[in-house]
Design a protein around this ligand. Sequence first.
Ligand code: UD1
Length: 338
Amino acid sequence: MNKVLVTGGCGYIGSHTIVDLINNGFEVISIDNYINSSRASLKGIEKITGKKIKNYKIDLCNYNRVRKVFLENKDIVGIIHFAALKAVGESSEQPLRYFKNNFNSTLNMLEATKEFGIKNFIFSSSCTVYGNAKELPVTEETPFQRVESPYGLTKQAGEEMIEFFSKANPKINSILLRYFNPAGAHESALLGEAPNVALNLVPIITEVAIGKRKSITVFGDDYDTRDGSNIRDYIHVMDLANAHTKALEYLIKNNNKTNCEVYNLGIGEGASVLEVIQAFEKVSGKKLNYKIGPRRKGDVIAIYSNYKKAKRRLKWKPTRNIEDIMRTAWVWEQKRSK
Ligand code: UD1
């Protein structure tokens, strides 16, 4: 009884999490329709772990197809629900697409959780739920602010849906994981972030360094921060992956005692955009072509986590820093560009 269903298992965080789950003795099946991922991740997972993963290429918004996966797999102990659209800017241009996809897929997963008596449910949330937080570092109790994007709304409302659902179904226990800024790649460089179009800072940096882009623009150096650029809490994807395994083990161990809990996952320290660029230059030995540009709409000035709750209850702690992130992201970029 250790089979886990991972939705979005071929995506960036999903694929790294599968590796960590397998390394900790779980059996994994995945649902992923490859709209923002590829089969290549399954090969990477197999090379790293020696295990072949079964992926169901279905749309989670189609409940009949979701049911079939559960009918075929009667022994699922928990669900980790990653699958979602996640581009902040795009969500503002296509809000309905984001609402339809992210809400319907989450609703269907909850429906299946109930129909098939699955006990444990883990949801990918984001520090975006805090908006422009009034206090730093943010704890799980820091109040939500109005979100800046439809994407953010799907995370805030997704969390609340799961909370209400868990209360109404006390046999189902859930954990909401609020990620800060995931980055970096598996040490082997067999897995990493492979966006069609890079929109996040770290993949943009490595694309500039490899020559796929001419330069990177720092979105503002006139913020009220130590060097004027935005501050974020960058967390290595393998540390983040391990938090999912710990969360699942915690739910299984505390059988029916937790209902719905929420955890911040970051390293507890902020790095500014300019510091991230410097960390890259240090580990790669390359000078990065960057320029200072205007602020990006919707960016929060600074946010970083207090992750003490995850440390205390899940017995999890991050073990990698910004240099580890930049080093693994760089090795991955060089390998994937070959
Ligand atoms: C945001 C969300 C995060 C979400 C992620 C998904 C917040 C606080 N965070 O992360 O929850 O999961 O989007 O994409 O809402 N930057 C540049 N130049 C660039 C690209 C980025 O200067 O070309 C800067 C940004 O202004 C920002 C930092 O780098 O300060 C990180 O940006 P990015 O990687 O896009 O992530 P967030 O916007 O922080």
